[in-house]
Design a protein around this ligand. Structure first.
Ligand SMILES: CC(C)(COP(=O)(O)OP(=O)(O)OC[C@H]1O[C@@H](n2cnc3c(N)ncnc32)[C@H](O)[C@@H]1OP(=O)(O)O)[C@@H](O)C(=O)NCCC(=O)NCCS
Length: 223
């Protein structure tokens, strides 16, 4: 079966990256080794997702972002990666064939929850965790963890407000709606948060699920 992922022109997709179908990666994005991306997430043009980053489902990642950037050593002789990763960056052997590099323990990647919206031109530092449902404003630099359903922005990114009140956020985190199939989500009143939660919690969908096997039998019976 062919892949349902859409990978546009000029994308550098490392073979070690795992995409849960369907995922869309727009032009010129760079998806590094050991990255995991959940279904119905898209990565917009020119964005880099650094090694080891985990991104949940239903996320929208804007253009020209750097997600999970690594730091260079600050208190060594130099900040240059010549000291620990010369092979990746330079043709150096004619200067010193036996150059001795040191090991540098880089923290790589970050963790992005489900239903996270990251605006354009955002940088997220490695080691940071962004909670489910959070929003990162355009042009922000995220250096600290972001709580679920927070809206943050700026350099460095600070809390602007939360998307919903505490009780609503609690319900959403319990619901984990992103674990359901698209078929199960179909018909939910997405644009009315309280109604949507009610529907997802009870009932409408569960009832429909209970009816599924019966509907299947009826269909077979009819045909
Ligand atoms: C973060 C965002 C969602 C907030 O939207 P909003 O709630 O309508 O925000 P408001 O315009 O009411 O602004 C609320 C406050 O947040 C500040 N703010 C808004 N966006 C900000 C940003 N990107 N960085 C820093 N501060 C920001 C405003 O200055 C304002 O501050 P104040 O209360 O001190 O005056 C929106 O501004 C944003 O950045 N969207 C991303 C757009 C984008 O990149 N789209 C790409 C398509 S994927």
């Amino acid at each position: 079966m062919s892949s349902r992922n859409r990978i546009y022109k000029g994308v550098d997709l490392n073979k070690g990256a795992k995409l849960e179908e369907p995922v869309t990666i727009y032009a010129n994005a760079d998806i590094r080794n050991r990255v995991k991306i959940g279904r119905y997430t898209y990565i917009n043009n020119g964005t880099t997702i650094f090694y080891n980053t985990k991104i949940g489902r239903f996320c929208s990642i804007g253009k020209k972002c750097e997600i999970g950037t690594v730091d260079h050593p600050i208190d060594w002789l130099s900040t240059s990666s010549m000291q620990y990763n010369i092979k990746e960056h330079f043709d150096y052997k004619s200067d010193c064939s036996n150059f001795k590099e040191l090991h540098y323990n880089q923290i790589e990647g970050c963790t992005i929850g489900n239903d996270v919206w990251i605006g354009s031109l955002v940088v997220v530092k490695s080691g940071v965790t962004i909670g489910d449902g959070a929003i990162i404003g355009a042009n922000s630099i995220v250096v600290k963890d972001v709580p679920p359903y927070a809206i943050v922005g700026g350099v460095p990114a600070k809390l602007i407000r939360y998307r919903f009140d505490k009780a609503t956020i609690k319900k959403l985190l319990e619901l984990k709606w992103w674990e359901r199939s698209l078929d199960e989500l179909s018909g939910v009143t997405f644009n009315n948060i309280h109604k949507a939660i009610e529907e997802l919690r009870g009932d409408k969908i569960k009832k429909r699920d209970r009816l599924k096997p019966i509907k299947k039998i009826l269909k077979r019976f009819k045909s």
